[in-house]
Design a protein around this ligand. Structure first.
Ligand code: PLP
Length: 413
């Protein structure tokens, strides 16, 4: 007999509170009813994955597809990092590590923040995780009671609401305008603060807009006095003035970051948080329970990235910058303007309103007609609707070909 037992939260486990869903003996293979729990019912599918899926089908059928939809480096991880991880495996680094991560990596991360931004962080405040995404899941689990609110910009990285909802929280959207370069303004945040607000999540350089917060803007957001959670995963991929960490403005900020983007290590699953010291123990307990520890050889790869991988990362950054210029020029030429030039990450969010308000439909049409895969702006919140995200994780040559195809298609619409 297969029995699932649930009980009401916070109630004593009295017999009448149990809800048993079971198959009678002899019928163990009958499908049982499944309804996702309320808490996660609002988690939406990632629309870009639908586009990617269709793009793969077209490729399998022999179509030439150019991928500008994916948010991951087209470069392989630099050799110096790969070799360090291979060596680590050969040396037997195949066991659990301490939950918070190996001390050398926590020190190297603190050192990296000191060298890049001049901030002094005790390595004991660094929590190494299996990616930035698990870091956010753990952080919101540590910060939120059910019904607590977290303010995020609109548009925003597609998965932010999901992390907040998973912890029982409520994402609150603060609009940003294309003409202002999608930069989150402090007054838009202030208007949305309520007694339930427990945090402000910012992301600079930003996915999906490629915009960056300037020093004064981060200062103004910090001055709101909310717990500030700064997703710095695209730091290093900046094509103008240097990036600023939230830790330059407040020692109380929560930083989440990872190796996926700058070091082209998406598949390795390695990230970290830097948090005020009093949160570390709770996060350690969550890590012990949820993930036990980050992977040992992956952590040693990350250590090599910080110690020896930066010249390679900088070479990739220079190539992205060249592609960025090709992309911005090309988008303008085909009537898909980007109102303020993005100078970070590897994205441009182009205004496609003249071609309709349904960005998913438009992205699908473009894919079928031209073989160019794009991310629909609707993936990134209501503020992204009517826009298309173009990623420049592809060669300049492919970007030019893709934009020519899209331009021809749109001019006939
Ligand atoms: C803004 C942002 N944060 C976090 C992530 C997830 O990063 P990771 O690979 O470290 O989980 C992404 C991935 O696209 C992202 O764009």
């Amino acid at each position: 007999m297969h029995i699932i037992i649930t009980y009401k939260e916070g109630q004593p486990r009295k017999k009448k509170d149990f809800r048993c869903i079971f198959n009678p003996p002899g019928d163990i293979n009958r499908p049982m009813k499944y309804t996702p729990p309320e808490r996660i019912r609002d988690i939406k599918p990632f629309l870009v994955m639908d586009i990617l899926e269709r793009a793969r089908q077209l490729e399998a059928a022999g179509r030439d597809v150019i991928h500008l939809e994916v948010g991951e480096p087209d470069f392989d991880t630099p050799g110096v990092i790969v070799r360090a991880a291979q060596q680590a495996l050969a040396d037997g680094h195949t066991h659990y590590t301490t939950a918070l991560g190996i001390p050398e990596l926590r020190e190297a991360i603190a050192d990296h923040y000191h060298r890049r931004y001049g901030v002094s962080i005790a390595p004991s405040r660094v929590v190494v995780t299996s990616g930035t995404s698990p870091a956010m899941l753990m952080l919101f689990a540590a910060l939120l009671e059910a019904g607590d609110e977290v303010i995020i910009s609109d548009p925003h990285y597609a998965c932010y609401p999901s992390f907040i909802l998973s912890a029982g929280g409520v994402p609150i959207l603060a609009p940003t305008g294309a003409e202002e370069g999608f930069v989150l303004q402090a007054d838009k945040v202030r208007e949305r603060i309520t007694p339930r607000t427990r945090g402000l999540l910012v992301n600079s350089p930003s996915n999906p807009t490629g915009s960056r917060l300037q020093k004064a803007e981060i200062e103004a957001l910090t001055a709101l006095g909310l717990p500030l959670i700064s997703d710095e995963i695209y730091h290093g991929l900046s094509y103008g003035a240097r990036d600023h960490t939230a830790l330059e403005f407040s020692d109380e900020a929560f930083v989440v970051n990872g190796f996926s983007k700058y070091f082209a290590m998406t598949g390795w699953r390695l990230g970290y948080m830097i948090v005020p010291g009093r949160y570390v123990r709770t996060l350690e307990i969550l890590q012990q329970n949820y993930f036990i520890s980050p992977n040992p050889f992956v952590q040693l790869g990350g250590l090599a990235a910080l110690r020896e991988g930066i010249p390679d990362a900088e070479k990739m950054r220079e190539i992205y910058d060249e592609r960025r210029k090709v992309m911005i020029r090309g988008l303008k030429k085909i009537g898909l303007p980007v109102h303020r030039e993005p100078d970070g990450a590897f994205y441009a969010l182009a205004d496609a309103h003249p071609f309709g308000e349904d960005s998913l439909r438009l992205a699908r049409e473009i894919l079928e007609a031209t073989g160019v895969a794009l991310a629909p702006g609707a993936d990134f919140g209501p503020g992204g609707e009517g826009f298309l995200r173009f990623s420049y994780c592809n060669s300049a040559e492919n970007i030019e070909t893709a934009l020519t195809r899209v331009g021809q298609y749109l001019s006939g619409k």
